[in-house]
Design a protein around this ligand. Structure first.
Ligand SMILES: [Zn+2]
Length: 116
């Protein structure tokens, strides 16, 4: 019984922190550069991020670094939304926190083409 509970706890804690959009380990955590986080409705995300809307792959967020003053600007969705990517069966909902972790990776230098 103890083993079952431990396994259940391990599963639960993994589910609580897992993020299919997380950057590779070396780009995780707090950026050393100053950053601000701007919540944006999903429908406005392409405009705010300077991209064309793509109905097949809705833009979830973006980050860019200003030079003067040096500041990383992060856009995240205002609320959770259904996951339409291939990981939808494992993660049916994408939360603003998941997107924030991803975008902070870009503030830390993770290239836009998402190398592993
Ligand atoms: Zn990205």
């Amino acid at each position: 019984m103890k083993i079952v509970i431990a396994a259940a706890l391990a599963l639960f804690s993994t589910a609580a922190v897992a993020n299919p959009f997380a950057p590779p380990e070396r780009f995780r955590g707090e950026p050393s550069v100053r950053y601000i986080v701007i919540p944006v409705p999903l429908s406005e995300m392409p405009k705010r991020c300077g991209q064309k809307p793509n109905p097949l792959a809705p833009l979830m967020g973006c980050a860019y670094t200003m030079r003067k003053p040096r500041l990383c600007v992060i856009h995240i969705p205002t609320r959770s939304f259904p996951n339409l990517t291939l990981s939808m069966f494992l993660y049916p909902v994408i939360t603003p926190r998941m997107v924030l972790e991803h975008e902070k990776g870009h503030c830390k230098g993770w290239p836009a083409n998402h190398p592993k």
